[in-house]
Design a protein around this ligand. Structure first.
Ligand SMILES: C[S@@+](CC[C@H](N)C(=O)[O-])C[C@H]1O[C@@H](n2cnc3c(N)ncnc32)[C@H](O)[C@@H]1O
Length: 204
């Protein structure tokens, strides 16, 4: 049993915008490494989905091996049991209900427990982190995805987290909040909306 609800490619519409706009924009940067952070990743479905999205983009360009070296996805969560499940990289049938068939065929084995393919597994690492207690991971992040996590926190705490994400993002980076949460307070002047519906923002 999974302890915190999540899914592969949860809210596919958000991933579709990332596939069409965010991933190509980041891929075209000159930066040798692209740092992606799934903050509050639960059992790993979100970071694996993000890694697969970048891999798929590179594969269509004929440079899949470059994605494996260039894209580094961090999944962090406060919950150790979820992270143990995440590290296994295996899934249940219900995890796939929003996964496009093409991506399921390409990135997951065809039999239970449907492990993620090794080339995408290698792009993802996991760390136990309390979003509230710790500073943002060092370095410049190109994509921070924090979805269905902020609902746990009061308004003041959310505003502190937005500032933390702003500090952790590269100027060319993106913050993805998804369908449920949105920016509050001063953060609204520190980010510009790229896609208002999927709540995708850039620093400004
Ligand atoms: C509903 S899951 C969201 C998973 C994924 N982001 C998604 O949208 O499918 C929320 C996660 O936030 C994590 N979380 C809650 N408080 C946290 C904190 N202070 N620091 C890090 N993670 C936290 C929970 O452990 C849980 O795994």
């Amino acid at each position: 049993m999974r302890s915190n609800v999540t899914k592969l490619f949860r809210n596919w519409e958000t991933y579709a915008v990332m596939r069409d706009h965010v991933v190509p924009a980041l891929w075209s940067l000159p930066d040798p490494v692209l740092n992606v952070w799934s903050a509050g990743c639960s059992s790993g479905e979100e970071p694996y989905s993000l890694a697969a999205l970048f891999h798929h983009h590179a594969e269509r360009l004929g440079v899949a091996a470059v994605a494996e070296r260039r894209v580094q996805v961090l999944g962090s969560d406060i919950d150790a049991r979820s992270l143990d499940a995440a590290a296994r990289g295996t899934f249940e049938e219900s995890d796939f209900s929003e996964t496009p068939p093409e991506l399921r065929r390409r990135y997951f084995a065809s039999a239970a427990p449907w492990p993620i393919v090794p080339e995408v597994r290698r792009m993802v690492r996991f760390e136990r982190r309390d979003l509230l207690a710790e500073p943002a991971p060092p370095g410049q992040h190109h994509l921070i995805c924090c979805r269905n996590v902020l609902i746990y926190f009061d308004r003041e705490t959310q505003e502190r987290l937005f500032q933390k994400f702003r500090d952790a993002l590269a100027p060319t980076g993106f913050l993805v909040l998804g369908k449920v949460e949105t920016l509050l307070g001063a953060a609204r002047t520190r980010f510009a909306a790229v896609d208002g519906r999927e709540r995708i923002f850039r620093p400004q």
